[in-house]
Design a protein around this ligand. Structure first.
Ligand SMILES: [Zn+2]
Length: 362
């Protein structure tokens, strides 16, 4: 899941070249080669462009300088993100690998990271959102067959005999899917994302200006999250049901998404803590002076739901143990969705006893 934009003061790698105007021309030898990187909007012409004014030429120079600077910032953020990941992955491995399953990555395995400028990132984010919708559509008849059935039968008013039977393979038209699909808390959560792990592309994407130790660690947690945990998340996002929380009833999908985000942050924080506690080795990335947080960009309240979850299934106050780790990384989860009363759905995380969903989502 995505990390919203962060104004984390501990961000490691701000743009190292801020200058984009002509005043910053003298920043290095690259200045002599910049004319080769003119943006596609101004291709080289054999004839001088018609009515080319000094202002046009000036604008062209500025645009090419900006493009070059943007490219440099992205490249340097990419290098930083890759180094940070190299530093952190051994700590994910030593703490979590024994709990992890094969998909998509076992904790500690290298994960592809792609850093993009704002425009490129926006394109990938859109593609990621589309893949989330696709995931939800794929699992709709599996986890919400009753809802689909009622929809296909023309609403809940119809007599029992007219109810359309829905099973896993039931095919729905694009129009029907459009009407059935909830807007989805997962989609809302991506609205201001500065980074995310794409399960479909098995790649972490980060926006160049959002690269930080916290962001990389947080997205690594998501990359190591088991496929089955993610499927449970989708199953719950598809339910229309609430659980009670200290601040009133909340949608089940929303609360589980907050648990997922909180866990990603808590588990990332442990890897960061381990890194900071370890002696300086052949560091490919320097540690920021202020220790970063794995809870990138989220309000501290996000962690509360995860801490409650851990408290229930591991019996430890906010400190993840075997049941949390085996279910989050290893996918050791059993669940049976009760579509009519989703809060009563039966769930079992790791070796914990079977519980009602509403017990663990608070
Ligand atoms: Zn996240």
């Amino acid at each position: 899941m995505p990390a919203p934009e962060s104004d984390d003061p501990a961000r490691l790698t701000g743009p190292s070249h801020r200058g984009t105007g002509p005043g910053n021309r003298g920043t290095g030898a690259a200045g002599t080669t910049r004319t080769a990187q003119a943006p596609p909007s101004s291709p080289p012409r054999r004839d001088p462009p018609p009515r080319s004014t000094p202002k046009d030429l000036f604008d062209q120079v500025v645009a090419s300088l900006e493009a070059a600077s943007d490219e440099r910032q992205t490249a340097s953020a990419q290098a930083a993100a890759s180094s940070i990941a190299m530093e952190l992955t051994p700590f994910f491995r030593s703490r979590y690998a024994r709990y992890g399953g094969p998909a998509p990555f076992r904790p500690g395995e290298p994960v592809p990271i792609v850093v993009l400028n704002a425009a490129g990132f926006a394109v990938e984010l859109e593609a990621y959102r589309a893949s989330l919708v696709e995931d939800e559509r794929d699992l709709l008849t599996t986890y919400a067959p009753g809802r689909v059935s009622r929809f296909l039968s023309g609403g809940s008013r119809g007599p029992e005999t007219s109810v359309v039977k829905v099973r896993r393979g039931t095919k729905l038209t694009p129009d029907q899917l459009e009407l059935l699909l909830p807007s989805g808390p997962r989609l809302a959560a991506t609205s201001t994302a500065g980074g995310f792990f794409s399960t479909s592309k098995k790649t972490i994407y980060l926006r160049a200006d959002q690269v930080s130790v916290g962001a990389v660690a947080h997205e690594l947690s998501h990359a190591y999250t088991s496929h089955w945990w993610s499927e449970l998340q989708i199953a719950l996002v598809l339910q229309r049901g609430t659980v009670s929380t200290p601040v009133g009833p909340k949608s089940i999908g929303e609360i589980f998404t907050l648990v997922d985000e909180g866990l990603a942050s808590i588990l990332a924080q442990r890897a960061i803590d381990d890194w900071y506690a370890s002696p300086p080795a052949r560091a490919s990335a320097p540690k920021p002076a202020t220790k970063p947080r794995g809870l990138v960009g989220y309000l501290p309240t996000v962690g509360v739901h995860a801490e409650n979850f851990i408290g229930v299934i591991d019996g430890t106050a906010g400190s993840p143990r075997g049941n949390t780790l085996a279910s989050f990384f290893g996918g050791q989860i059993r669940f049976t969705i009760d579509e009519s009363v989703p809060g009563d759905s039966e769930v079992q995380f790791g070796r914990d006893t079977r519980r009602r969903l509403k017990e663990v989502l608070t």
